[in-house]
Design a protein around this ligand. Structure first.
Ligand code: RP5
Length: 154
């Protein structure tokens, strides 16, 4: 993520990875404040064994796109809500990648972060029957929660 101020949102992605037992690393890497670190991080991602990168940033959120420019590891972008434009700026900065360097873009804020985590799990599940089973169980539990919902008498 671009700042530790993104943590309150990005921790939702971490929670999903933890819940599924997926190994991860968590770092602050800023596209405009630590550009050299960002380049190094992205350039070494594949050789260090990363299978995808969840990149969250707010405002003029160029972090996901710049990381994607320097690696072929899939990048999942999370628009973090910003102070003045509530994350619509972050969303547009991340989603509107020109053709050729994709960033899979998620919803603004907590839902986007959680879904990026779940999407990463789904990607990894393509190579892991165990993870696929856990994901199916998660969906079944979620489905049951909705089936069990009741409404007040009117
Ligand atoms: C972006 O600027 C970060 O991703 C963060 O969302 C935003 C504000 O950063 P701070 O000023 O809180 O460090 O680079």
């Amino acid at each position: 993520m671009g700042s530790n101020s993104d943590w309150d949102v990005m921790r939702l992605a971490v929670e999903q990875l933890k819940a599924f037992g997926v190994d991860f690393e968590c770092k602050v890497v800023s596209a405009h404040r630590t550009p050299d670190l960002m380049f190094e991080y992205a350039q070494t991602a594949r050789e260090r064994g990363l299978q995808c990168i969840i990149a969250g940033a707010g405002g003029a959120a160029h972090l996901p796109g710049m990381i994607a420019a320097k690696t072929t590891v899939p990048v999942l972008g999370v628009p973090v809500p910003s102070k003045y434009l509530r994350g619509e700026d972050s969303l547009l900065s991340i989603v509107q990648m020109p053709k050729g360097v994709p960033v899979a873009t998620f919803a603004i804020g907590e839902a986007g972060a959680a879904n990026a985590g779940l999407f990463a799990v789904a990607m990894l599940a393509a190579q892991s029957p165990e993870l696929a089973e856990k994901l199916a169980a998660f969906r079944a539990k979620q489905e049951q929660t909705v089936l069990d919902m009741t409404l007040p008498e009117v």
